[in-house]
Design a protein around this ligand. Structure first.
Ligand code: UDX
Length: 440
């Protein structure tokens, strides 16, 4: 059992803090957003994540999880400090590391204070948890060395997260692997200890390789999706079925069946930002990463496919009523950041379409992006009198809708399935005119 600090109560930070507390460690989580901290303490989670509220409740009640607004208190009380603050994109696509730098400075200030008030031997392990470009660890170390008093020992490590929204707790507790970049044996042993309750393999590397693994991993997954989306474009042209093609290639263990789901492309808070940052980083290092640029381009083109199909079905979109089911960038989350739905809704509005939208969780967040469109209280309200229904997120609850009722409510039973998740045969039997992505 160790004293662990997590700076940042965002998606990664809060899940990391709650899960380490669940594993039995004493965890203190800091965020400078006082309102957010108060909300969490009152069990009002700032975002939707399956199982998180229960875990926060349980660990708070057991006294294993504690919240603070100050990095100073966290630094004093923790031996291992995870930095899990945001690293948003800058206008030139590189990662904005100012929060990481600020937090590092605050840790340094806290270390000076600790040294001034104690003669004890003090050791801190500072860990990058946020997605950061390679070489960030060196900057963190340099900053700490410059600012911190002599007599305090510390190490810097990288332990990138691979948490998927909607599956984050499971991904933390049962990861495929844990990646840790360390500089020495002392840090390595601490990681072995804090992750001991998990059964997953731990890959120890140097700090730079661990940083690279994160960007390389996310970019590869985005690339894999773009690949199958490119195949979907070929399928469209020859009337083949991309779902069958994906199944056929996925059986090959060297390829694998995961992340081969064709559709309207990848979104979310990670893939778009990380791929862009990786391209920029590579460029800065003198390597033009054309492969990833092409993956980005394919991703954008998938959004356009929906508009093309809508026009094939409805001719002009001006004044046409269209229902949109699904707004979040994927199911089981209320997150709409970089959601394909944002691009598609923008394009449809530009064409003059009249939209009604529904999502089980993401309506409030989408209202901040599009305050002036209509949001429906149920999927059935959303389809009333529309000439086209477009499904943009593969929520489970959409699979079990009463499509007979939907058909009777719609003006014309046109459907575009942007995620290829609906029962095509059933819909066609009911009389829908169905268009999927790379299958029809
Ligand atoms: C991702 C990574 O999976 C995770 O390891 C990392 O830590 C953070 O980024 P997340 O953004 O939560 O996680 O979502 P993910 O499930 O990976 O999906 C990303 C996007 O790709 C979504 O828009 C999803 O709809 C899309 N996607 C995924 C596809 O279009 N096809 C697929 O086969 C898989």
């Amino acid at each position: 059992m160790r004293n662990i600090g997590v700076i940042g109560a965002g998606h990664v930070g809060l899940v990391t803090a709650a899960c380490f507390a669940k594993l039995g460690h004493n965890v203190i989580c800091a965020d400078n957003d006082i309102e957010k901290i108060e909300r969490i303490k009152n069990l009002d989670m700032p975002f939707y994540e399956i199982g998180l509220e229960d875990m926060v409740k349980e660990t708070l009640e057991k006294g294993k999880l504690y919240f603070t607004e100050t990095v100073a208190e966290l630094t004093e009380k923790s031996e291992i400090i995870f930095i899990a603050v945001g690293t948003p994109s800058t206008p030139d696509d590189s990662a904005d590391l100012s929060s990481v730098e600020n937090v590092t400075m605050e840790i340094s200030k806290a270390l000076i204070k600790i040294k001034n008030t104690s003669d004890a031997n003090i050791y801190k392990l500072i860990v990058e948890k946020s997605t950061v470009p390679v070489l960030t660890g060196e900057w963190v170390k340099k900053t700490l060395e410059l600012m911190s008093p002599t007599g305090i020992q510390f190490d810097v490590a990288a332990n990138p997260e691979f948490l998927r929204e909607g599956n984050a707790i499971k991904d933390f507790l049962e990861p495929d692997r844990i990646v840790v970049g360390v500089e020495n044996e002392r840090a390595k042993q601490l990681f072995e200890e804090i992750y001991a309750p998990l059964k997953s393999p731990i890959l120890f590397t140097d700090v730079k390789s661990a940083e690279l693994i994160k960007h390389a991993s996310n970019s590869f997954l985005a690339l894999k999706i773009s690949y199958i989306n490119a195949i979907s474009q070929i399928c469209e042209r020859v009337n083949a079925d991309v779902e069958k093609v994906a199944e056929g290639i996925g059986y090959d263990k060297r390829i694998g069946k995961h992340f081969l789901k064709a559709g309207i492309g990848w979104g979310g808070s990670c893939f778009p930002k990380d791929v862009a940052a990786f391209i920029k980083l590579a460029e800065d290092l003198g390597y033009p990463f054309f492969l990833l640029k092409e993956a980005q381009k394919i991703n954008k083109e998938q959004r356009l496919l929906v508009i093309k199909k809508a026009k094939e079905l409805l001719w002009n979109l001006k004044g046409k009523e269209i229902g949109i089911l699904g707004l979040s960038f994927k199911p089981d989350t209320d997150d709409v950041r970089e959601s394909p739905a944002i691009d598609i809704i923008s394009l449809l509005l530009k064409e003059g379409a009249v939209l009604k939208c529904y999502d089980p969780k993401a309506i409030e967040n989408m209202k901040k992006v599009f305050p002036d469109i209509t949001y429906s209280p149920t999927p059935y309200d959303c389809v009333k009198d529309v000439s086209l229904l477009i499904c943009l997120t593969e929520w489970n609850e959409f699979k079990t809708l009463d499509f007979e009722k939907i058909k009777s409510l719609m003006k014309i039973p046109h459907i575009i399935d942007g995620r290829n998740f609906l029962d095509i045969d059933k819909l066609k039997k009911l009389g829908f005119i169905y268009k999927g992505i790379g299958r029809s």
